[in-house]
Design a protein around this ligand. Structure first.
Ligand SMILES: Cc1cc2nc3c(=O)[nH]c(=O)nc-3n(C[C@H](O)[C@H](O)[C@H](O)COP(=O)(O)OP(=O)(O)OC[C@H]3O[C@@H](n4cnc5c(N)ncnc54)[C@H](O)[C@@H]3O)c2cc1C
Ligand code: FES
Length: 325
């Protein structure tokens, strides 16, 4: 990890190569901070090194300076990034601002909601592997809890609206269509849904109390859209992104982020229909750079066994079939 200039692998903790070798450590000024849904806030940080390098699915560790409670940073997914230019994103000038969306749960997020524009946080990132999904016709984003934060930029990029990360990074293959199936306890919790709609993502909601969209879980919603057997694995194409690619073979891929039980259910749903699925794990993390082993998940190896893998540097995104839920 560096504070502006790239450091060598030999300088890294334990001398081991890890994804954090290219991460930056910086003081980051809050430039916008507002409540966007029940218990849900959106935070914009001035953090050029993180914003310019982050790709969909990566995260940053964020800490409140000058206080010991909480002592440790917390991982937050990079929701979107912006530059200073008139268009606000991409274009000529490099991205400078990173947006994060968080739900208030414990000591860090409770303290964070009281921070104001102009105050400084400490952030290091971008961290983790990010999504490396195959070229597919139809990408289905499945979000639960606060999991939408890891998925918006993936959808935007795959619809060809923008690209993220260093200029040397090849543009990922476009999808013909991106659908988001988003589950929450009630209608007040869909923080950022207007961003998904503005991106041209076909959004379907599920709520446990029926206050918005389909009544039930997000898996019930998947069943209602795609059929309980998966036989109709592409719901009626009403999206404006249906286009000249209609002659290409159809393929579907699921990218999922949310609480573990929900991701396990989506992984089972996908596997039962032979649909490939990536999950972005929200494991508790202490360092974010591979040192402490706080974040381990049980990940299957090729021989049928499993081993603990560090979510911060080998994830947070994994092929769902590899997770021993
Ligand atoms: C890669 C990654 C990306 C993440 N991105 C985001 C993000 O973009 N936005 C976001 O809000 N969170 C995100 N998280 C989760 C976030 O880091 C944790 O929720 C964090 O622990 C919150 O810190 P806290 O001090 O407020 O709560 P803690 O003190 O750590 O937790 C307090 C209590 O709340 C429970 N709790 C904490 N988080 C949740 C939760 N999300 N759902 C249900 N119960 C919870 C804990 O089990 C504990 O009992 C991400 C996690 C990972 C690993
Ligand atoms: S959070 Fe420390 S090793 Fe992953």
């Amino acid at each position: 990890m560096s504070s502006g200039t790239a450091s060598t692998i030999a300088e890294q903790p334990l001398g081991q190569p890890c994804y954090a070798d290219t991460a930056a450590f910086a003081s980051a000024r809050i430039v916008a901070h507002s409540r966007i849904a029940d218990n849900t806030w959106r935070l914009r940080l001035d953090c050029p090194a993180i914003a310019a390098a982050a790709v969909p699915g990566q995260f940053a560790m964020v800490r409140i300076p000058h206080r010991s409670d909480p002592l440790l940073a917390r991982p937050l997914a990079v929701y979107d990034t912006f530059s200073d230019d008139a268009a606000g994103q991409g274009g000529g000038s490099p991205r400078r601002y990173a947006d994060f969306i968080y739900a208030v749960h414990g000591r860090f997020t409770t303290a964070l909601q009281d921070m104001t524009v102009g105050q400084e946080l400490i952030a290091w990132g971008p961290l983790g592997n990010g999504f490396q999904i195959p070229a597919v016709d139809h990408l289905v984003l499945v979000a639960g809890g606060i999991g939408q934060t890891a998925l918006l930029s993936l959808g935007r990029e795959r619809l060809g609206q923008t690209t993220y990360g260093p200029s040397s990074r090849p543009s990922p293959a476009r999808c013909r269509r991106v659908t988001c199936c988003w589950g929450a306890r009630h209608a007040g919790l869909f923080g950022g849904i207007e961003d998904y709609r503005a991106a041209g993502i076909d959004v379907h909601q599920a709520t446990l109390d029926g206050s918005a969209g389909h009544r039930g879980t997000v898996v019930d919603l998947l069943d209602s859209l795609f059929g309980p057997t998966g036989a109709g694995c592409d719901p009626a194409d009403t999206s404006p992104h249906v286009s000249a690619a209609a002659d290409q073979p159809r393929s579907l891929h699921v990218a999922c982020c949310g609480p573990d039980p929900m991701m396990a259910a989506v992984a089972r749903w996908s596997a039962a229909r032979s649909i490939t699925c990536d999950v972005s794990l929200e494991a508790p993390m202490a360092c974010g750079i591979g040192i402490c082993f706080t974040c381990v998940a049980r990940v299957r190896d090729g021989s049928g066994g499993w081993d603990y893998r560090r979510t911060c540097i080998e994830g947070p995104v994994f092929d769902a079939t590899r997770i021993a839920w």
